[in-house]
Design a protein around this ligand. Structure first.
Ligand code: ADP
Ligand code: TRP
Length: 333
């Protein structure tokens, strides 16, 4: 058994895009390749229930996200990979943890606070449209993390507060009952610059500016051609370091190709040509994963079986920790 546990959750709230690939999928898979590390990656479907209230959509997005991770190389024999909703131990722990969570801390949790501030700014009742799922979101996330004795939690900066909350709840529990829960650490990689979308803002499913990973090659080319660029002439020298297109190209090309592109920028290259080269590169990179993805999406049962096997392994890891918690608080074990 490896000594350290890295855990992260992926919310199935949208079809995976290029930003997710560069900012989350590829870095997490690189982490999973480290020796002496057990990786636990899961699909946080009950977290997605805070916003997705359509069963068919929940199923489809869960399959899309699972197929995407597998298509880019997640090895389910190496990584413990499951649906959160298949591991009931997490939800039992959620209740125990709520009894150690100061309500005031939840009042300050950013997602809830932002929704409330928005209500107030719009002149509505502060709680309008806010359900307890959003309010308790950080407690469920704490259970996700603490259930498996996670040491490291790779996340984006926006999730840092949630990992801090998990740590705080674990400390409170341990103060009351003695060392029980492992204190997790957020792993935030600030070197991962945000990938920009076709309108120049951060690529996000919420802005309608994303390049979906498994769109057909023609559509990917079409979207790349839409990237906003300045009005400089083809022969004008260009600065690669401030170019969104170069930034994306760099993620998918080898170092010789990157240097060659740098030189073309310095000598002057038309944006149209850069876009064509980028589209070529992306389509080459995505061809094989697209085949795997399409095949998996045609066999959802295979995906469900795989996730169920992952859940069985996750539950085996969770059981002794939950029993320890139950025993400590005075429940029958
Ligand atoms: P979206 O902004 O599309 O809703 P999510 O918040 O679901 O994306 O992102 C999941 C993870 O993917 C984030 O934690 C982040 O690490 C990564 N990610 C999302 N968008 C980008 C981006 N434009 N550039 C780099 N990484 C991103
Ligand atoms: N809240 C995370 C997000 O929005 C997803 C998530 C749920 C998660 N549980 C987790 C991330 C546990 C890390 C660890 O991206």
């Amino acid at each position: 058994m490896a000594t350290r546990i890295t855990l992260t959750g992926i919310k199935p709230t949208g079809s995976p895009h290029l930003g997710n690939l560069v900012g989350a999928i590829l870095p997490a898979l690189r982490l999973a390749d480290q020796p002496d590390m057990t990786s636990v990656f899961f699909i946080a479907d009950y977290h997605a229930l805070t916003t997705i209230h359509d069963a068919e959509e929940m199923q489809r997005l869960t399959h899309e996200v699972a197929a995407a991770w597998l298509a880019f190389g997640l090895d389910p024999d190496k990584v413990i990979f499951y649906r959160q909703s298949d591991v009931p131990e997490i939800f039992e722990l959620t209740w125990v943890l709520s009894c150690f969570t100061p309500k005031g801390k939840m009042n300050r949790a950013h997602a809830y606070k932002a929704a409330m501030d928005q209500n107030v700014a719009n002149g509505n009742d502060a709680d309008a449209g806010i359900h307890m799922g959003l309010y308790c979101y950080p407690v469920l996330m704490s259970a996700d993390i603490l259930m498996f004795g996670s040491h490291y939690v790779p996340v984006g900066r926006d999730q840092e507060q949630h990992v801090e909350i998990a740590r705080d709840i674990a400390e409170r529990f341990n103060n009351a009952f003695g060392p029980t829960l492992t204190l997790p650490e957020a792993r935030i990689d600030d070197n991962i610059a945000a990938i920009a979308g076709i309108d120049g803002r951060k690529m996000s499913k919420s802005y309608d500016n994303a390049i979906p990973l498994f769109a057909d090659p023609k559509r990917i080319r079409k979207l790349v051609m839409k990237y906003k660029t300045d009005s400089s002439a083809p022969e004008d020298p260009k600065d690669p370091d401030t170019s969104v297109l170069f930034h994306i190209y760099r993620e998918f090309a080898d170092s010789d190709e990157v240097e060659a592109m740098r030189a073309r920028y310095a000598h002057g290259i038309g944006w149209g040509e850069v876009k064509q080269m980028l589209a070529d590169r992306l389509n080459t990179f995505l061809a094989e994963p697209r085949r795997t993805y399409t095949d998996l999406m045609q066999h959802p049962q295979r995906l469900d079986d795989l996730l169920a096997q992952g859940a069985a392994r996750a539950r085996a890891l969770a059981r002794p920790i939950l029993d320890d918690v139950r025993r400590k608080v005075g429940m029958h074990v």
